[in-house]
Design a protein around this ligand. Structure first.
Ligand code: ACO
Length: 329
């Protein structure tokens, strides 16, 4: 829970790169089918970066869309946080590259990496700075180019991921509105289920690590699926009880878009009807930290969020990690 000033989401933006890769395109690349992918995941197509594009390019576009919607200039941002599991570099931080590109000269900047839960953790972190009174405007961005970390010969993973970015601007709000509940969690004992094994201090890149494809995403899909179904229930329940609400009070659930079956399972468990759930996985696949802000952006564009609505953001991912945020819009 935030103890200080109320914090609201003042504006949201998003950007997806132009190239679209459909399931039919994937049928020509690996032994898979549109039918299998749609039935097992709900994904029909995903957007991918062009050669030469990197995560900060997507982040900058999402940031510009967010600032335009807020009607403010980059010089009014106090802090930029970029959540990403696929940064431009191990260092410098992608947030610094974004800060430079936006000319947000008076802004501090740092990155956060907590897999697909990144945006939720970053939003929670940004909210603390605003709530404490240290900063008035924090730009939180979830941006990913997982296509760069994907083994395009591995059908177990290459059908799942897509590229994109979403951004939210945090600022002080009125009592009773904005971010009213935050639940964050992690279980490092299951870290091995989802990781990019090589290229860092545990296993620096060598010819062998590259030959073995250890610089790509490795995932035990079945185990992550089981974890996800369970943890979505935990994360939603925890944040609801924190704010004294029940599943029937949710006006819109915006879940991480990893697998349509994981989302359906949570909705079934809580009796949340389809019209109260934001699903766009068919268009973008799993964009990791970008999935929740892109879905939030689209929900606003589609007029699905009104003032006073209770919106629940929820995600899970590598770590393993999870988090949920309750927002009164
Ligand atoms: N096309 C066709 N067949 C496939 C494909 C494919 N793309 N991928 C796997 N298969 C096959 C398997 O080889 C297996 O064949 P077998 O029975 O002959 O061995 C069969 O389909 C069933 O495979 P499962 O792994 O059991 O399929 P499942 O129904 O579990 O779906 C999936 C796999 C989609 C990966 C699912 O487990 C999943 O969504 N897991 C969660 C992933 C996730 O949410 N990750 C989120 C975090 S990501 C992050 O933080 C970056």
């Amino acid at each position: 829970m935030l103890k200080g000033r109320p914090v609201r989401i003042e504006a949201v933006g998003a950007y997806v790169p132009p190239v679209i890769l459909s399931n039919y395109d994937l049928e020509k690349m690996v032994d898979t089918s549109d039918e299998w992918i749609v039935e097992r995941t709900g994904i029909r197509e995903r957007h991918l970066v062009l050669p030469g594009m990197a995560t900060s390019d997507l982040a900058v576009n999402a940031a510009r869309s967010c600032l335009e919607s807020a009607g403010i200039g980059p010089d009014e941002i106090d802090l930029i946080i970029v959540a990403s599991a696929s940064p431009d570099y191990a260092f410098p931080a992608t947030a610094c590259l974004v800060q430079n590109e936006l000319s947000a000269r008076s802004s501090a900047a740092f990155d956060m990496e907590i897999g697909c839960t990144g945006f939720i953790y970053a939003l929670a972190t940004g909210a603390q700075f605003v709530s404490s009174g240290m900063y008035d405007r924090v730009l939180v961005i979830g941006a990913e180019t997982l296509s760069r970390l994907t083994n395009w010969k591995d059908r177990n993973t290459c059908v799942l991921f897509g590229d994109g970015a979403g951004a939210a601007l945090l600022s002080p709000g009125e009592q009773g509105e904005g971010i009213v509940g935050i639940h964050l969690g992690a279980d490092g004992s299951q870290a091995d289920l989802l990781k990019l094994p090589a290229g860092f201090s545990r296993l620096p890149a060598t010819h062998d690590t590259v030959d073995e494809g250890l610089h790509y995403i490795h995932m035990d899909g079945k185990a992550v699926f089981k974890f996800a179904v369970n943890i979505m229930d935990v994360a939603i329940s925890k944040v609801l009880s924190q704010v004294g609400k029940e599943p029937k009070d949710i006006d819109l659930l915006i879940p991480h878009q990893a697998n349509k079956r994981i989302i359906d399972s949570a909705c079934q468990r809580f009796g949340i009807p389809k019209e109260k759930v934001m699903v766009n996985i068919h268009k973008y696949g799993n964009t990791s930290s970008a999935s929740v802000p892109i879905a939030l952006y689209e929900a606003i564009q589609e007029g699905r969020i009104r003032k006073g609505n209770l919106v629940i953001l929820v995600a899970f991912g590598a770590g393993l990690s999870w988090g949920s945020i309750a927002v009164v819009w």
